[in-house]
Structures are given as structure tokens and as C-alpha cells.
Design a binder for this molecule. Structure first.
Ligand code: 7TS
Length: 420
């Protein structure tokens, strides 16, 4: 993609995001905290409002017109998510509150029924706490053993170490697709194939991949894949679990209640087929419909276009960061085409504490995140108590990266002057 094309894309989409056009502390907002949550385009905001103004009703329960409209829109959004991740069947998409809930669903429903003392669960050291704690809890309940794939020298997933951990005792492999801290892109297809060879199931945490690149669950071959809507232009409170149909059907329910039943008696019940078996209670109807609108929006731009544009921004971000010798980034460097890592940079500077840096940048209207980004074990491993992180999306521009680098340089110079 040429620079001119890139400018066209950014300037075209920015008009769709009302929130971007404001000042913070008298400076134009530069929003670089997209790994935490993305902003929402008008199409998504309108989908929420249209539902509440025009056809708010509960789903799957009424025969009246509004309920039928709500149900149709809610189920149409499921079809959109199915196409988005190329699932074979619409029933393989379960709505959840977020990725965290989706992982817990699998850990409780599948884990309690299938994992026993001595079984091994392989995770990696870079997992978000959401893909760690549910398995710690499962291990505590069952006596299963957690094993962790370490990092290579370039701070990426160590495939050789992973291979050495796999055995017939491996019951589950649960790994992140794109790390929210290192930005590395893990070879999930190979990870899955190898796990299946020893009879293990595979869960992929795709929170940081599906918003930014085309993800194909059938090509990966995983048993489950989870994501959060709020990182991909949809509202908070909606995410999804993809699961292979036969795997989902074999799992007992997670939460019990309305929606998920077939026949209920006082002493026992039978359950609905998937996906409804895992969607107990009134769901987040407006949010699910808005997730469908977000998918439409992203697919209209094209995931490959988004990915190519972000690769350009990644090249530029790392070029500019390299101008500051005090900055240490984490994870792999992008290759010559900006590929091989995600469009985010977690970093430390010698002089300025990440929290101070975030506060100083906020004064300049620049939103970055500071902290452990819910990857505390990883931070411990790379010997950083916390890092600062700038994370990009397709509506960010080179000019915004320039603004960020200028403010960063100013902060480093200022603190360097005091403490240097
Ligand atoms: N997995 C990964 C890889 C993530 O980056 C996150 C959120 C989650 C799981 C959890 O998502 P949730 O929607 O269920 O909370 N990551 C971040 C982050 O990097 N900064 O804030 C949230």
C-alpha cells in the first residue's frame, strides 16, 4: 500500500468515529490505547440506538412483531460473526459477555467434565490473566498440572519448548494468538496440529488478532476460539466463543436458566441444542446486534486492507521509536514489511516510570496505557514491573505517531535532565 492510499484510508474512516474529534487538555486527542478497547463507529452507535428506539423486545420468547424483529437481528448478527471467523456452522458461535467469560465457560463446562488429576494443560508465559486464572482454578479443582511455554531470545512463543512439553498427558493447549504485550503473532495453526497429534484440545485467545487481521477458525483447526467485541469496534458486554459443533454438543451446560432449556420438570430438565444451551438468561441483545454491525463495518473495509495499513503504521512506529536510544521495546521487531508483529509497542524508558509517562502524555491529549496489561507473570519474566504501551488501530495516522514520539522525547529529555 502506498502512502497516498494509506492517507486515504485513515482520512476516510476517521469521520466514522465521532469520539476521535475532540480535544483533551486543549490538545487534539491521540488515542493509542486500542489494545485495551477500540473506539466505535457511527454504524455501531446507530445499531444500538435503532434497536432501543425501534424494536426493543426480548428474543426467542414472543410471537409479537417487535420480538420477532429483535430475534431476527440477534440471530443475523450470529451469522455475521460466523462469516467473520469462517466457522462452518452458525451454531458454533456462542455469545458471551467477553473473552474472559468465554474462557471460563470452557474451563467450567468442558474442564469439569473432562479434566482429571494428573492431566496436563499447556499455556504460555505470555497469557493474559484471562487465559491463566480460569485454568489455575480448574487445576485447583481437579488436580491437573499447568505447564508453560517459554519465550525465545526474540521474545516470541518458543515452538521447540512447546513441542517438548507435549505428551499423551496433555489434555488441553490454551494459547494467545497475538500477545497484548509482546505483540508477537503465534503460529496457532501449527500449535493446533501438534496438540491434536497427542489428542489434546486447543483453545485460542484471539482477542488481539480478530480486530486486526483475517482469522479463519477452520484453517487454524482449533476446538475453541474466543474474542471480545469491544476491541473490534463493538460495544462492551458482548464477545463470542467459537467451538466445533461436536465439541460444543458434548459439553454440559455452563449457566442454567431460561433460554437454555428444552423441557423443564421440577426434578430435572433437558437442554436446548447449541448455541442456546450456552446462552442462559436474557442476553445482551442490543450489543449482539451492534457486534454484527461492527463486523459489517470491518468487513466492508476488508480485514486484509486493515492489516496492510496497520503493518505500514507498525513499520513507522518502530522506526520512530528506534530514534530514542532510551526506549526498550518488548517482543519481536517488525520485518521490512511491518509484518511479524502486531501494531502495538510495549516499552520502558530508563528515566521515566511508565505511569508518569502516561500521565505526562495525557496532558498532551495522548492516551497510552501503563501497567502490567494483565500479563504480570510475563512482566516478571522480562524483569519489568510495568511497561508503557502504545497500541494502534486502522484509524490512527502517522501524524499521530509523530505527536506521540515528540511528547515521549520531551518527557525523556525532561526527566533525563533531572535524574540523568
Ligand atoms: N486476552 C487478551 C490477549 C487480551 O488482550 C485481553 C484484554 C483479554 C484476553 C481479556 O479481554 P476481556 O474483554 O475479556 O477483558 N486486554 C487488555 C489490554 O491489553 N488492556 O486492557 C485489556
Amino acid at each position: 500500500m502506498t502512502l497516498a492510499q494509506e492517507r486515504t484510508l485513515a482520512s476516510k474512516v476517521r469521520a466514522d468515529f465521532p469520539i476521535l474529534h475532540q480535544e483533551i487538555h486543549g490538545k487534539p486527542l491521540i488515542y493509542l490505547d486500542n489494545a485495551a478497547t477500540s473506539q466505535k463507529p457511527l454504524a455501531v452507535l446507530n445499531a444500538l440506538e435503532d434497536y432501543y428506539r425501534g424494536y426493543n423486545a426480548n428474543v426467542h420468547r414472543g410471537v409479537h412483531t417487535l420480538s420477532a424483529r429483535a430475534t431476527d437481528a440477534y440471530e443475523a448478527a450470529r451469522d455475521k460473526v460466523q462469516r467473520f471467523v469462517n466457522a462452518a456452522r452458525r451454531e458454533e458461535i456462542i455469545y458471551t459477555r467477553n473473552a474472559t467469560e468465554a474462557i471460563n465457560l470452557v474451563a467450567y463446562a468442558w474442564g469439569n467434565a473432562n479434566v482429571q488429576a494428573g492431566d496436563e494443560i499447556i499455556l504460555s508465559v505470555m497469557e493474559h490473566h484471562s487465559n491463566l486464572i480460569p485454568w489455575q482454578l480448574l487445576a485447583q479443582r481437579t488436580g491437573a498440572i499447568l505447564k508453560f511455554v517459554s519465550l525465545t531470545e526474540t521474545e516470541e512463543f518458543d515452538l521447540a519448548h512447546y513441542k517438548s512439553l507435549l505428551s499423551e498427558r496433555t489434555k488441553l493447549v490454551a494459547v494467545v494468538h497475538v500477545s497484548n504485550t509482546l505483540g508477537c503473532i503465534n503460529p496457532v495453526q501449527e500449535i493446533t496440529t501438534l496438540a491434536h497429534q497427542v489428542g489434546a484440545k486447543v483453545l485460542i485467545d484471539a482477542c488481539q488478532s480478530v480486530p486486526h487481521m483475517a482469522v479463519d477458525v477452520q484453517a487454524i483447526g482449533c476446538d475453541w476460539l474466543v474474542a471480545s467485541g469491544h476491541k473490534m469496534c463493538a460495544p462492551t458486554g458482548i464477545g463470542f466463543l467459537y467451538g466445533k459443533l461436536e465439541v460444543l454438543r458434548a459439553m454440559p451446560p455452563f449457566l442454567g436458566g431460561g433460554e437454555m432449556i428444552a423441557d423443564v420438570f421440577l426434578d430435572h430438565s433437558t437442554y436446548a441444542d447449541v448455541p442456546h444451551k450456552f446462552e442462559a438468561g436474557t442476553p445482551a441483545i442490543a450489543e449482539a446486534i451492534a457486534l454484527g454491525a461492527a463486523v459489517d463495518y470491518l468487513m466492508a473495509i476488508g480485514m486484509d486492507t486493515i492489516h496492510a495499513y496497520e503493518a505500514e503504521l507498525t513499520t513507522y512506529l518502530f522506526q520512530r521509536l528506534a530514534e530514542l536510544p532510551e526506549v526498550r521495546t518488548y517482543g519481536p521487531k517488525p520485518d521490512a514489511n511491518g509484518e511479524g508483529r502486531a501494531a502495538l509497542a510495549a516499552f520502558t524508558t530508563g528515566a521515566v516510570h511508565p505511569h508518569d509517562l502516561s500521565t505526562i502524555l495525557d496532558q498532551e491529549g495522548i492516551a497510552i496505557r501503563a501497567g502490567h496489561h494483565c500479563t504480570q507473570p510475563l512482566h516478571r519474566l522480562v524483569k519489568a514491573q510495568s511497561t508503557a504501551r502504545a497500541s494502534l488501530y486502522f484509524y490512527n495516522t502517522r501524524e499521530e505517531i509523530d505527536g506521540f514520539i515528540a511528547a515521549l522525547k520531551q518527557a525523556i529529555d525532561f526527566f533525563g535532565g533531572i535524574f540523568g
